[in-house]
Design a protein around this ligand. Structure first.
Ligand SMILES: NC(=O)c1ccc[n+]([C@@H]2O[C@H](COP(=O)([O-])OP(=O)(O)OC[C@H]3O[C@@H](n4cnc5c(N)ncnc54)[C@H](O)[C@@H]3O)[C@@H](O)[C@H]2O)c1
Length: 261
């Protein structure tokens, strides 16, 4: 039987209903972790319900990660009811874009409320639980290649993802004395539901046909294709597991070679 690399871990996965989050829930469960999945919808997605049939320990909670009080309350409740959360896959985020001069305050507030504020306060709540319990753990924050380099049409989203990289570094340094690791994953272009919106917005602003941007970005990847959510799941399992025990403060590019560091 294959060795399970996440036995004894309790992982919280945000934005778990589909896309990258869902693939990571499945990979973590397969590797023996207990998983608590979070997303906006009142009920778990059909895919999460199917996973629960196979892995009955999977729990689902409806939560807006931008609601800091609700985040704190939920993490406290989950920690009290079960083992303390010691792995975080901090994944929930939203996308939007517009030409720079039209990138208004409402878009800024909306993106930063989820991608930055939500990301930070979910991580802080999980870290507080670990410090209180005197336990170690591994946090994984979802950045993006968009956080490595600005884009004329994507300013607010790019800045929100650059903030993820910065918070990952600060939290890693703050938590190193507690033996808690904090890393990021920076995906390139991954074929998920988010890309339907990305593709149609690029079509609108760059005068492309629907689907054209998606084909172009896939062709431009050195490995010659868009990623799939499972491409991220492998890196997530590694960073969550003790195999990465000496890695902290890093944001790992998982992008087929798009960004070199
Ligand atoms: N797909 C890509 O090409 C790509 C590239 C770089 C980075 N990323 C990052 O990877 C992560 C996952 O992306 P994805 O493509 O799977 O996205 P997705 O849109 O397919 O899934 C995101 C999930 O987050 C949930 N969510 C959104 N706002 C939330 C909130 N306020 N509270 C709780 N849940 C919320 C959504 O309901 C959805 O299920 C994101 O952080 C994204 O920015 C994706």
């Amino acid at each position: 039987m294959k060795l399970q690399r996440l036995q004894g871990k309790h992982a919280l996965i945000t934005g778990a209903s589909g896309g990258i989050g869902l693939a990571v829930v499945e990979a973590f469960l397969t590797e023996g972790a207990m998983c608590t999945a979070i997303d906006l919808a009142a009920e778990p997605s059909a895919e999460l319900r199917a996973l629960k049939q196979k892995f009955p320990s999977l729990q689902y909670h409806s939560l807006n990660v931008g609601d800091t009080a609700a985040v704190k309350a939920l993490v406290t409740q989950v920690n009290q009811r079960s083992s303390v959360i010691n792995v975080l896959f901090n994944n929930a985020a939203i996308f939007d874009m517009a030409p720079l001069l039209e990138s208004d305050e409402a878009m800024y507030d909306k993106l930063f409320a989820v991608n930055v504020k939500g990301m930070f306060f979910v991580m802080q709540a999980v870290l507080q639980g670990l410090v209180d319990a005197g336990q170690t753990g591994s946090m994984i924050n979802l950045a993006s290649q968009a956080g490595r380099r600005g884009e004329g049409l994507v300013a607010h989203y790019c800045a929100s993802k650059a903030a993820v990289i910065s918070y990952t570094q600060s939290a890693a340094l703050a938590m190193a004395p507690y033996g808690i690791r904090v890393n990021g994953i920076s995906p390139g272009v991954i074929d998920t539901p988010m890309w339907e919106q990305v593709d149609s917005l690029f079509a609108q602003y760059e005068g492309l046909k629907l689907g054209e941007k998606k084909i172009a970005v896939g062709k431009a990847v050195p490995l010659g294709r868009m990623g799939v959510p499972e491409d991220i799941a492998g890196a997530a399992v590694f960073l969550a597991s003790d195999e990465s025990a000496y890695i902290t403060a890093q944001t790992l590019n998982v992008d087929g070679g798009n960004v070199m560091s």
